[in-house]
Design a protein around this ligand. Structure first.
Ligand code: FAD
Ligand code: NAP
Length: 553
């Protein structure tokens, strides 16, 4: 398709592909598409590569899928030459890894940094995208791929008076590059999801006083992070391809110990011993102790009780311990957190918890957070208040066709996609880890690698056929959306007011957004659909059905 490139200035050149985003997904897209001969331009709002790991520089930020698995598998040389230092890598280490990838594969020259995309318009007559940036420049391409991230659009809380606060205030996902000095400061953290839970123990060590404002307590399991032993790393490196293949063939894209035994019917002492073993081992492996924890309320309650007992054991003040115990949603139904010393941090004399369910925030002033029960004077505020997940970054871009179809309208009742990869009504637009794919329920690097390879192969196929356009067939999309919803409704996940269902964003439609059927099942389905000649996709649909059938056969 590179032959579609027209001569002219850089600005006017018709590219094959524009990719938005230079995180794990955008970087790998650039490498694969370039390798397949496509003229590709990546556009990134940040000043460098890294995506999530560029933006989320808060203290304590690290992955919770183990480093040996939370990394690219596409290059054997890369995985041999890079050595992870810790079981769960820190943000600086993951960012250094992605910078290394950018250098090693000479990617930076294909990326325009400090450039935010504001609109993408598909001209139906010419089958060309015009992508416009905040600065007002436009670039043209035949295909547009959104690698904009599922957890990349931060949410600021809408608390009265927040704009009046005179101290330093930072969202965890917009953390200053130069860092933040908490020494001797009275700090407030609002939010106790994964980001807050990672940051709180680190901030507590530096601040003179830390007050945590908690609306909903989180289930959290210990990370048991530690340096990686050289022999373990060597063992993985010796067997990497087989391990990666095995991971792709699991539900979550991670080599957990997946139990095939239900908790219901297992004697209580056996269950407790198994939960304890996993608790001691650390990490989200805890959730896979029994195969009915995500589906059966009674089984789930057993795991939840175990964690609540751990909180009671760890936190010395009984009232604080009670506030920290989640009681109104199933464990796992909100993304489980993985911590280092989180609950024990509340035993420090300089840390206190404000339970916002008892005493909600009424307003923020120049130097204090006021709640129903009093005034908390602070110097700094950390907002660990999460993201408009899965759809936020996509809907922030005005994506439309020349005929007036907009993504916003198509997704008014919640996101609708076929396989999470395309959406009916907007041709030649691909999504990476989009809603309707395993995405945020999986090891995202595994899902990203899959989607990138799938999209690259698809574009190569379109090129070979001489096809101009592709989009999801509305009927196939309807069936997929119904399937995604049906699978979710058979689980306990929709029971929580989580960001998985958009509950953290006022007015967002309540739809369980990711595909819960597993990475293994999803990737198998995607392969079968390709083998069946891209079943459920319309290729050059504007042509006569006969011409289309010829092109597809
Ligand atoms: P991102 O890394 O989010 O990159 C998207 C990029 O697109 C960003 O750089 C953004 O600036 C850019 N962009 C968006 N919109 C525009 C626009 N309009 N114009 C220009 N550029 C734009 N997943 C796991 O599987 N395991 C983990 O342990 C894990 N830990 C995480 C920890 C944190 C703190 C967070 C926030 C997420 C974590 N995730 C984890 C999820 C993580 O987002 C993914 O693993 C992965 O990094 C996503 O890569 P990506 O390239 O798809 O998106
Ligand atoms: P989050 O899970 O959505 O947590 C946001 C927190 O802020 C919640 O406790 C929420 O309370 C609270 N909050 C939001 N608005 C508030 C308000 N107005 N007043 C008071 N409290 C408010 O966001 P996150 O912690 O950034 O994590 C998002 C996702 O990113 C994770 O689930 C995970 O997928 C990923 N992540 C992973 C890691 C990791 O360990 N590798 C680390 C960070 C993030 P409510 O629950 O009541 O809304």
């Amino acid at each position: 398709m590179a032959n579609a490139t027209a001569p002219g200035t850089d600005q006017n050149r018709l590219r094959d592909v524009i990719v938005v985003g230079a995180g794990f997904a955008g970087l790998y897209l650039l490498h694969r598409l370039r390798g397949a001969g496509f003229d590709t331009q990546v556009i990134e709002a940040g000043s460098d590569v890294g995506g999530t790991w560029y933006w989320n520089r808060y203290p304590g930020a690290r992955c919770d899928v183990e480093s040996l698995e939370y990394s690219y598998s596409f290059s054997e040389d890369l995985q041999q030459e890079w050595s992870w230092r810790e079981r769960f890598a820190t943000q600086p280490e993951i960012l250094a890894y992605l910078q290394h990838v950018a250098e090693r594969f000479d990617l930076r020259r294909g990326i325009r940094f400090n450039t935010r995309v504001t609109s993408a318009v598909f001209d139906e007559a010419s089958a060309i995208w015009t992508v416009t940036t905040e600065a007002g420049d436009s670039l043209k391409a035949r295909f547009c791929i959104m690698a904009t991230g599922s957890i990349s659009a931060p949410r600021l809380p809408d608390i009265p008076g927040i704009g009046d606060f005179r101290g330093e205030m930072h969202h965890t996902s917009r953390w200053p590059k130069e860092g933040v000095d908490f020494t001797g400061k009275r700090v407030a953290v609002i939010g106790t999801g994964s980001s807050g839970i990672q940051a709180i123990p680190c901030i507590a060590e530096a601040a003179s006083q830390l007050t945590v404002f908690q609306r909903t307590p989180a289930f959290s399991v210990p990370a048991r992070n530690a340096p990686l032993a050289a022999d373990l790393v060597a063992q993985w490196k010796a067997d990497y391809p087989a391990k990666r293949a095995a991971a792709r063939n699991t539900r979550s894209g991670v080599l957990h110990e997946y139990s095939s035994t239900p908790a219901i019917g297992t004697p209580a002492p056996v269950r407790t011993a198994e939960f304890e073993r996993r608790w001691v081992k650390g990490g989200t492996n805890f959730l896979y102790a029994y195969n009915d924890l995500g589906k059966n309320e009674e089984a789930n309650a057993v795991a939840a009780d175990f964690v609540r007992a751990k909180i009671a054991e760890t936190v010395t003040d009984p009232r604080t311990a009670r506030s920290l115990m989640p009681t109104d949603y199933p464990i796992g139904a909100k993304r489980i957190c993985v911590d280092s010393n989180y609950f024990a941090t509340y035993n420090r004399p300089n840390v206190s918890l404000v339970d916002l369910r008892e005493t909600p925030i009424t307003r923020i002033t120049g130097n204090a957070i006021e709640t129903a029960s009093g005034r908390h004077e602070i110097d700094m505020m950390v907002l660990a208040t999460g993201f408009d997940a899965m759809t936020g970054a996509l809907l922030a871009i005005d994506i439309r066709t020349s005929g007036g179809t907009t993504l916003k309208d198509l997704w008014q009742g919640g996101p609708r996609t076929y396989l999470g990869l395309m959406t009916a009504g907007i041709p030649n637009l691909f999504l990476v880890t989009g809603p309707g794919s395993p995405s945020v329920l999986s090891n995202m690097v595994v899902s990203i690698e899959h989607d990138v390879a799938w999209i690259t192969a698809c574009l190569t196929e379109l090129q070979a056929r001489g096809a101009q356009t592709m989009q999801a067939d509305p009927d196939a999309q309807d069936s997929w959306v119904a399937h995604v919803n049906e699978l979710a409704s058979g689980t306990l996940y929709p029971r929580a007011s989580s960001w998985y269902v958009g509950a953290n964003v006022p007015g967002k439609p309540r739809v369980f957004m990711p595909y819960i059927g597993g990475v293994d099942a999803y990737q198998r389905t995607c392969r079968e659909i390709v083998d069946a000649g891209y079943r459920g996709f319309l290729i050059d649909a504007a042509r006569s059905p006969a011409a289309n059938a010829r092109a597809v056969s």
